[in-house]
Write a protein that binds this ligand. Structure first.
Ligand code: TRP
Length: 364
């Protein structure tokens, strides 16, 4: 069976380093591994509209930003199709049919929907489109027959719900048209859900605690130097705590041993640095300076590539257009199999016409 990747992001802002360690870095590795037959990355604008329907300009303005983030992080359009969700009507059509297979109660139990409903404060005015977006996401994933969805832990309930829809569809319509995907989570705990620079649980634009992939070097440094650490670590000699210490969480997500020789030669690796911090005698400023160097190592090549792509927006436009076209062809093929399995392929099925002719002949 082919190995196929589908994943995506809502274009509600530029991508930040939480997106990067949560999924984007992995997508680039998987893309370059050569292990996959097809790779699709979706700019999920239709999904973004489910809770931003009254602010379409925000979504529209961030399509190009997200595409630039992908390309500068190393997504290669020769290997990966980048597509715009709303431009593929087959996805909406699949969603409509899958809606028959999902109950309201099941959607209400989806943990991600639950959390997000709480966060957005819709009260009694939940838009149906928002409530049912897991079904639309199942359409995104299955339209491409994805086997693998590299994503953060918050997407686990979406992939689980997709698997249920696949099983139900294949069993109700007695076929094997749809493919059950699995999620590929980040490799370490720190990357699973990177906290904001203020130590809050999640990096998010509305909280103003993000480091963006496209931030200039000076902004990154400023944000790092004012990051949340251990509030009780007042003097350098004091023992410091690692739990909940954002600077160390970021190091867990970004640090490589090879950085020590250049930027912190007193230590061979992160464990040694942590041990010193815990014991006392290592100041926050020193660790922050080290983290800044580590982050700049990752972000500098991304920034440089972005500057190049920004000079050639018509090229990026072309990448999006071609990627979307290729993706639509794939989605159309799946939709046609789905309609066949659901017995709604009247004009593609001579057998249906023949059977109807016979049926009405015998009545004469
Ligand atoms: N829900 C994802 C997010 O909020 C975006 C997304 C849309 C997605 N469709 C997808 C992710 C399909 C993985 C697979 O970031």
């Amino acid at each position: 069976m082919s190995k196929i990747i589908l994943t995506g992001d809502r274009p509600t802002g530029r991508l930040h380093i939480g997106h990067y360690v949560g999924s984007l870095r992995r997508r680039v590795e998987l893309q370059n591994s050569g292990d996959f037959d097809e790779i699709y990355i979706m700019v999920a604008d239709a999904q973004a509209l489910t809770d931003n329907f009254d602010n379409p300009e925000k979504v529209r303005e961030n399509i190009m930003e997200v595409a630039l983030d992908y390309l500068s992080a190393g997504i290669d359009p020769d290997k990966t199709s980048i597509l715009i969700q709303s431009q593929i009507p087959e996805l909406t059509e699949l969603t409509f049919y899958y809606e028959d297979l999902v109950t309201v109660a099941r959607l209400q139990r989806n943990p991600t929907v639950k959390t997000e409903l709480g966060m957005r404060g819709f009260g009694d005015s939940i838009p149906v489109g928002f409530f049912t977006y897991p079904i639309s996401q199942a359409a995104d994933i299955t339209a491409f027959k994805a086997t693998t969805v590299p994503a953060g832990e918050d997407q686990e309930p979406m992939v689980e719900q997709t698997r249920e829809i696949v099983r139900k569809f294949n069993s109700v319509y007695n076929c094997d048209v749809l493919v059950e995907p699995s999620i590929l989570l980040p490799q370490n705990q720190a990357s699973m859900r990177l906290p904001g620079t203020d130590g809050k649980e999640k990096m998010s634009k509305s909280l103003g605690n993000c480091i963006y992939l496209s931030d200039p070097a000076g902004d990154v440094k400023k944000k790092v130097m004012s990051m949340y650490t251990d509030p009780d670590h007042l003097r350098v000699e004091d023992p410091g705590k690692l739990e909940g210490n954002t600077v160390f969480t970021y190091l867990d997500a970004f640090c490589k041993d090879e950085y020590f020789a250049e930027y912190a030669p007193d230590y061979a690796n992160l464990d040694e640095m942590k041990a010193h911090y815990k014991k006392g005698g290592l100041g926050d400023v020193k660790v922050k300076k080290f983290l800044n160097n580590v982050l700049q190592e990752t972000l500098e090549p991304i920034r440089t590539r972005r500057a190049e792509f920004e000079k050639d927006i018509p090229y990026v436009y072309d990448v999006l257009k071609k990627g979307t076209e290729k993706a639509e062809a794939k989605a159309a093929a799946t939709l046609s199999e789905v309609k066949k399995a659901m017995r709604i392929d009247y004009f593609e099925d001579q057998e249906w016409l023949d059977s109807q002719i016979r049926k009405f002949e015998t009545r004469q």
